[in-house]
Design a protein around this ligand. Structure first.
Ligand SMILES: Nc1ncnc2c1ncn2[C@@H]1O[C@H](COP(=O)(O)OP(=O)(O)OP(=O)(O)O)[C@@H](O)[C@H]1O
Length: 308
C-alpha cells in the first residue's frame, strides 16, 4: 500500500476554517466483475465547510468512482466494500450516508449534497423547458413551495450563474453548451446544498467559457459558502481554484495538502510527476481565475452573447 502524505488534519481550508462538512474514512469501492477491480482503496478525507477541494489524478485512478460512492450513486457491479461516509449537517447533526434508506437518501441528494456530472450539459431533458426542470426539482423536495416562490427562486439561481432569467422558457437545444452547463450548475444550487460535487464540469467547453464558469463557481462559493469537491485531471486548473487538493493514484489518495503547498513543495513522487507533466505551469498560482473573480461580480451585466 502506498504511503499517504496527508496534511489533512489541522490543515486549514479557506480562511483558516477546519469545521468539517463531510468525512470519508477508509472507503473501499470494488467493481465486482470477473476479475474484481478495487477502484477506490481505503480513501480518507475531510471536506471542510466552504472549501474547494480538488481531486486530481489521471484517467482511471478512481475519481469518479469515489464521487459516486459519496453520493451513493454507484450502481452494481460497483460495491462499497468498507469504510464510512459521514455528513456533518449545519444544524449540528451527523448523517451516516451509507445507512440512509431510499427516501432519506433521495432527500439528502440535492438538498444537502448535489452533483454536477461529467457531460452534464447533455443531461438536461430535451423535451421540457428549463423552467419546468427547475420547478420539478424544487417541488420534488419542497412540495409546498408556491408558484410565485418557484418562479422567484428559479430566476434567482439562473441569474446567479449568469444566465438571463428570460431563458426559463428555453429548451436545451436553444442554449449554447456553456449556458446548458450553467443551467446544470443552477439546478445543483437550487436547494442550497452544503456540498457540491463537480466531476469535470467544464471539460467539454472551450477554454474561455470554461474559465468564465470556473470564476463563477469560485465567486458563488464565496457568496453562498458551500463546499465543493472539484474533480478533474487538469492539475494546473485545480491549483488555481482549489483550497486543498487530494491526489489519487490507482484508487488511493496518496497526497492531500493545500494547493499552495502542493504546488511549491509536493512530497509524493507521483504528485511531482503530475506537476512536471504540465510544462506551462509557471508563475503565481491562481493568477487567472482568482484575480478575475472580482471583475465578475456582476455577471448579469455582461451581455449574454459574450458569456456563451
Ligand atoms: N463498470 C465498471 N466495471 C468495471 N470496472 C470499472 C467500471 N467502471 C470503472 N471501472 C474501473 O474503475 C477504475 C476507476 O475508474 P473511474 O472512472 O472511477 O476513474 P476516473 O479517475 O474517474 O477516470 P476518468 O478521469 O477517466 O473519468 C478504472 O480502473 C476503471 O476501469
Amino acid at each position: 500500500m502506498t504511503t499517504t502524505l496527508l496534511q489533512d488534519e489541522g490543515t486549514t481550508a479557506r480562511g483558516g476554517r477546519t469545521e468539517p462538512v463531510l468525512t470519508v474514512s477508509d472507503l473501499t469501492v470494488v467493481y465486482e466483475v470477473e476479475r474484481p477491480v478495487t477502484a477506490v482503496k481505503d480513501a480518507s478525507l475531510t471536506l471542510h465547510r466552504g472549501e474547494i477541494l480538488g481531486l486530481a489524478g489521471e484517467s482511471g485512478c478512481g475519481k469518479t468512482t469515489l464521487a459516486y460512492a459519496v453520493n451513493r450513486l454507484h450502481r452494481p457491479p460497483a460495491r462499497i466494500a468498507s469504510g464510512s461516509i459521514t455528513f456533518h449537517d449545519r444544524d449540528g447533526s451527523d448523517v451516516d450516508v451509507l445507512a440512509l434508506e431510499d427516501s432519506a437518501l433521495r432527500a439528502f441528494r440535492w438538498d444537502k449534497l448535489s452533483m454536477v456530472f461529467q457531460g452534464a450539459m447533455n443531461a438536461l431533458n430535451p423535451v421540457t423547458t428549463v423552467k419546468a426542470q427547475l420547478r420539478d426539482t424544487l417541488l420534488a423536495h419542497r412540495p409546498r413551495t408556491s408558484r410565485a416562490e418557484v418562479r422567484r427562486r428559479s430566476e434567482e439561481v439562473l441569474t446567479r450563474v449568469g444566465v438571463d432569467p428570460r431563458r426559463l422558457g428555453s429548451y436545451a437545444h436553444e442554449l449554447s453548451g456553456g449556458m446548458r452547463q450553467r443551467v446544470m450548475i443552477a439546478m445543483a444550487m437550487l436547494l442550497e446544498p452544503q456540498i457540491m460535487i463537480m466531476d469535470e464540469p467544464t471539460t467539454a467547453l472551450d477554454v474561455v467559457v470554461q474559465r468564465d464558469i470556473l470564476r463563477e463557481i469560485v465567486r458563488l462559493r464565496d457568496e453562498l459558502d458551500f463546499a465543493v469537491v472539484f474533480i478533474t485531471h487538469d492539475l494546473p486548473l485545480l491549483l488555481e481554484i482549489s483550497d486543498r487538493i487530494a491526489v489519487m493514484l490507482e484508487g488511493e489518495i496518496v497526497e492531500l495538502d493545500t494547493a499552495q503547498r502542493l504546488y511549491r513543495d509536493a512530497r509524493h513522487p507521483y504528485t511531482r510527476k503530475l506537476l512536471g507533466s504540465f510544462p506551462s505551469l509557471s508563475g503565481e498560482r491562481g493568477g487567472f481565475i482568482r484575480s478575475g473573480v472580482d471583475d465578475f461580480a456582476e455577471p448579469a451585466g455582461v451581455p449574454e452573447e459574450d458569456r456563451a
